[in-house]
Design a protein around this ligand. Structure first.
Ligand code: UDP
Ligand code: MG
Length: 316
């Protein structure tokens, strides 16, 4: 039987670029050895994006539409698509053509050579602000330093995964999904294909700085407990400092005539310490918040319309 390759493509308000995407994919599909299905996940679009996909479904076979009940965010939308994918290999990519669909051919080739996760790694980032480039670089460096998994640099969500990996990921029910971390964590035979990240073809980014930050924090908290250990280190350092300072004062008081004084320094030290205290409680709060969210055991998403041909109860 020929291989089935699934594409999982989340979108939110991409009506400007979807027609181009569908066209590029059509050109690509004929070049793929095997059959294909394209799962487009509507992450709560408020424009005509879903309509465009629905109309395309009427003309072209193998296009599937999965509509979430509201905007759940990119990572959850990908997760939903993965839950419905039936392929022997699944390719995850963005709808805005920043991930050139043609790279899929190289991903598939690497998969056929036996690799089970093929990450697409960006060479260049055209049309992205220096801020995004620098912050992304710093973030990956920090994350790899602090976390137990090695996440390849400059790798986003564009990748191919084998059905076995898909099965593994489906068993990871965590709410705060930092998929690129999860894909590194599961192991399997991994490889990297390099590509030039293109400009967004049309429309605007749906990842403003606040969302980027949130994703970064998800990554850090989800894959490292270093921030928690921070409290221990800060506490230890400050306590040792305080002991020595106390001894010093004691020596001054006992052996010299110096008058011990200084409410100003007391205020400074007090406010510094309470600042650190709040900071550390905040960090712990982040972890407790995760526990709270996990303990509610809510489904990750809801489907309002399932035009994938897959079973309706696939949601986790
Ligand atoms: N996206 C989504 N839900 C969201 C935000 C974005 O499904 O809440 C989709 C978006 O339509 C695109 C992909 O995720 O297909 C990547 O988003 P975007 O291009 O805006 O991010 P950037 O490339 O600027 O980081
Ligand atoms: Mg983009």
């Amino acid at each position: 039987m020929p291989d089935l390759i699934s594409f999982v493509i989340p979108f939110k308000n991409e009506e400007e670029v979807l027609p181009q995407l569908l066209q590029r994919l059509e050109g690509l599909r004929s070049r793929i050895d095997g059959s294909t299905e394209i799962i487009l996940v509507d992450d709560g679009s408020t424009d005509d994006s879903a309509g465009i996909v629905a109309r395309a479904m009427a003309d072209v076979a193998g296009i599937r539409l999965l509509r979430l009940s509201r905007n759940f965010g990119h990572q959850i939308a990908v997760t939903a698509g993965l839950d419905y994918a039936q392929g022997d290999a699944v390719i995850i990519m963005d709808a805005d053509l920043q991930d050139p669909p043609e790279v899929a051919l190289e991903l598939i080739e690497s998969w056929k050579q036996g690799n089970q996760i093929v990450h697409a790694q960006r060479n260049r980032r055209d049309g992205e602000t220096w801020f995004k480039k620098v912050s992304a670089k710093l973030f990956y460096r920090l994350l790899n330093r602090l976390s137990s998994v090695e996440i390849p640099r400059d790798v986003g969500d564009f990748r191919l995964i084998d059905a076995r990996v898909l099965h593994a990921i489906r068993q990871m029910p965590e709410r705060d999904r930092f998929l690129r971390g999860m894909f590194s964590w599961v192991g399997f035979r991994q490889s990297i294909v390099k590509y030039d990240r293109a400009k967004r073809e049309a429309g605007v980014t749906k990842y403003p700085i606040v969302k980027m930050l949130r994703l970064a924090i998800d990554g850090l908290i989800g894959f490292s407990d270093a921030p928690l250990r921070l409290a221990l280190w800060l506490g230890a350092i400050i306590s040792i400092g305080a002991i020595f300072y106390g001894l010093y004062i004691l020596v001054l008081a006992v052996f010299t005539d110096t008058l011990i004084q200084g409410w100003a320094s007391t205020v400074v030290i007090l406010s510094l310490l309470s600042g650190i205290n709040l900071l550390v409680s905040g960090v712990i709060g982040l972890y407790v918040g995760r526990i709270h969210a996990e303990s509610k055991q809510r489904p990750l998403y809801f489907i309002t319309e399932n035009l994938t041909g897959g079973p309706d109860d696939a949601e986790t």
